[in-house]
Design a protein around this ligand. Structure first.
Ligand code: 6GU
Length: 244
């Protein structure tokens, strides 16, 4: 997968040099290309923003600079364009899976109050453009949101996760424990500071272990994400579940 990122802070993306994503880049599974937006600014001050029409606080990123940058970066091809913004559609596992199928993604990171909307309209006639939000809070710019999205997408690419931990039973993967959060996990020693690992996990009884994990997953989901339990269809819960 080719991944272009245009930002006024390309240094923000140094985490992409390490860990899973860094190794995927070394292997050539991921071809990440970072671009400094200011390289396309034409004045001596490398200005990329201006005051908003209609008034209001903050600054808006100028369309000509973005246009020149996107034209050059996408020359000869048609990526899918993603614009991180708190006003976008929600980023969730389903969208991560969809984006992981694409051969080429272009992330356009806005700062300030955002990018002149004509940029999204213009490129929307040439390629698929999505404005995407990673949650209901406001970041200072799209860079951290893009790091989040690239990590979520990157780990779904073939060969990025070892067989040791597969993405198939992640919380939020389709068919993962019926849309429940993953429950608690334990490793050695069997007793730590007087706290014992739940006995059933040491029993070797696979059926009992599976039922216990499902109960714990449901318990945790009820506590942390009651909205997800509400959204389950009635057939997903049995009589024992209702007693938890
Ligand atoms: Cl994608 N960008 C910014 N600036 N803030 C956000 C966001 C994105 N998603 C949630 N908050």
């Amino acid at each position: 997968m080719r991944l272009d990122i245009i930002s006024i802070f390309p240094e923000y993306f140094s985490p992409l040099d390490v860990s899973l994503i860094g190794k995927a880049r070394e292997r050539g599974t991921l071809d990440v290309r970072l671009h400094q937006l200011r390289d396309w600014a034409r004045d001596v001050h490398k200005t990329v923003d201006d005051t908003p029409y209609g008034g209001g606080p903050g600054m808006v990123m100028k369309p000509e600079i973005w246009g020149a940058a996107i034209d050059e970066v996408t020359e000869g091809g048609t990526p899918r364009m993603i614009v991180p913004t708190p006003s976008g559609r929600p980023f969730a596992q389903g969208l991560a899976q969809e984006l992981a199928q694409e051969p080429w993604l272009l992330f356009c990171c806005g700062r300030y109050e955002g990018i002149d909307s004509r940029v999204m309209d213009e490129y929307g006639t040439r390629m698929r453009v999505d404005e995407v939000s990673i949650g209901d809070y406001v970041l200072a710019g799209g860079e951290v949101a893009v790091l989040v999205m690239v990590e979520a997408i990157g780990r779904l690419l073939p060969g990025v996760l070892g067989n040791a931990h597969s993405a198939v039973d992640d919380s939020f993967a389709p068919g993962a424990m019926q849309n429940l959060l993953e429950g608690p996990v334990y490793t050695k020693p069997p007793v730590w500071r007087g706290r014992e690992v739940p006995e059933v996990l040491l029993s070797g009884h696979h059926g009992k272990v599976a039922r216990w994990r499902r109960d714990e997953a449901l318990r945790r989901t009820m506590k942390n994400r009651p909205d997800l339990v509400e959204a389950l269809d009635a057939s997903a819960l049995d009589k024992r579940d209702r007693e938890l």
